[in-house]
Design a protein around this ligand. Structure first.
Ligand SMILES: [Zn+2]
Length: 254
């Protein structure tokens, strides 16, 4: 089940993700829960897939007892971001190659559906906002500023999710995107991907303005699939540890 509060939390996480530039500066609000802090670290890639989440050192870092740490890890595990392994403790979830490809396939469908619905339902202010974000991203492409483009990209997609006017869909799409986030950021660094992505956004925006749902859906799906160009490029863009992971079946079962 979902609530507006859940979505707000997700948006907060996304906003945070946008505000980090990979250097790890954090200014968590004091009322942030432990779970949200760890979740942000995982989504921002500060805690890498496979990294051990040791209860004792986390308790020291956050100046709390081990009980709230354990509760936070349990919550993150139910979200799929953390794996609890018997005798080995908690680790940041590792996704095997097959599972990752399956997830990208679903992600393309979710993004496509957001695009289709947004073409029918986006408001004028939302379309205006998309145009502003798109214009800002052009500056980032010109400057070759990957971090700035990444932030524009998040804002662009997030606005389309919201414009779908389907809160459940928006929530599911953001959840899955957060799980895939550690695997997607590096893809923008591939040769020519920045301007390729920009041109795809341009076509998506035109379809949304024309209220052409079928085109918006197809373009959003294609945009996601094209994140890595060809399948070989996509696989090559993944971190080495995904490709070298020895027991993807065990990961998938988690
Ligand atoms: Zn994009």
């Amino acid at each position: 089940m979902y609530t507006i509060i859940d979505l707000k939390n997700i948006l907060n996480v996304l906003t945070y993700t946008q505000s980090t530039d990979g250097a790890g500066q954090m200014s968590p609000k004091r009322n942030d829960t432990l779970k949200v802090k760890l979740e942000r670290d995982i989504i921002a890639g500060l805690l890498k897939p496979g990294a051990r989440l040791d209860e004792v050192s986390l308790a020291e870092r956050f100046q709390v007892s081990r009980t709230p740490i354990r509760e936070a890890l349990l919550q993150l595990s139910s979200m799929g971001l953390v794996q609890l392994r018997p005798r080995r403790g908690a680790v940041v979830a590792e996704i095997g190659l097959k599972e990752l490809l399956d997830m990208f396939e679903v992600m393309a469908e979710l993004e496509g559906m957001c695009g289709r619905l947004a073409a029918r339902r986006a408001t004028k202010p939302e379309l205006d906002h998309l145009q502003d974000v798109h214009a800002a991203s052009e500056d980032a492409v010109t400057a070759g500023d990957y971090d700035a483009y990444y932030r524009c990209n998040v804002a662009f997609h997030e606005t389309i999710y919201q414009a779908s006017r389907n809160l459940f869909l928006a929530e599911q799409t953001m959840k899955l995107r957060n799980r895939l986030a550690p695997y997607r950021r590096s893809q923008l660094h591939q040769n020519g991907r920045l301007s390729g992505s920009f041109n795809e956004h341009k076509a998506i925006l035109a379809a949304l303005i024309a209220q052409d749902g079928a085109a918006a859906e197809r373009l959003m799906q294609g945009h996601l699939t094209a994140q890595g160009g060809s399948m070989n490029d996509f696989i090559a863009s993944l971190p080495d540890d995904v490709l070298n992971r020895s027991d993807p079946a065990a990961v998938a079962a988690g």
